[in-house]
Design a protein. Structure first.
Length: 157
């Protein structure tokens, strides 16, 4: 359960002891309301999960298609998460400065790639666990702004 840090691990046979030691300090003391929420989710959550997956897939596709259409953006289409990493050519400064610039100028919040390690410095991350209408609105704000930045040749992408 994202955000509440509750879940389980499926591991190869023979690694149970290792994972039990690793998980002990992460799962000990899970609040009773979270435990009850987990039980309800396991008992009745299939329809909700199917809805969330479809909603995230639609929002992902909206953002990927819109950003891929720009010559100065490189997009990495995720397959198993609800975050999209993309690189904007022509933005100046660190990824943190770029994230702040986009928030200030477009009112769309993105995370700096550097928050995920030094290899992420050239990238930004946007969450698409949102309604497709919000993904369309974010794209409508981002695209005109990103179009004002210098384009790059396809080979440089």
């Amino acid at each position: 359960m994202t955000g509440w840090r509750a879940g389980w691990v499926v591991c190869p046979s023979g690694m149970e002891t290792l994972f039990a030691r690793l998980c002990q300090y992460n799962t000990t003391g899970v609040a009773p309301f979270v435990q009850r929420a987990c039980q309800v989710a396991l008992d009745t959550g299939d329809d909700f999960i199917a809805h969330q997956i479809a909603r995230c897939r639609a929002s992902r596709d909206i953002l990927v298609q819109g950003l891929e259409a720009l010559d100065n953006v490189t997009v990495f289409t995720p397959q198993g998460t609800f975050y999209l990493f993309f690189k904007v050519h022509g933005l100046r400064g660190s990824s943190l400065e770029r994230a702040v610039q986009l928030l200030r100028d477009t009112k769309v919040g993105v995370a700096p790639g550097s928050a995920f390690g030094p290899e992420g410095e050239d990238y930004l991350r946007i969450c698409f666990a949102i309604a497709p209408a919000l993904a369309e609105e974010a794209l409508a704000r981002l695209v005109p702004y990103l179009r004002t930045l210098p384009a790059v040749a396809a080979a440089a992408r």
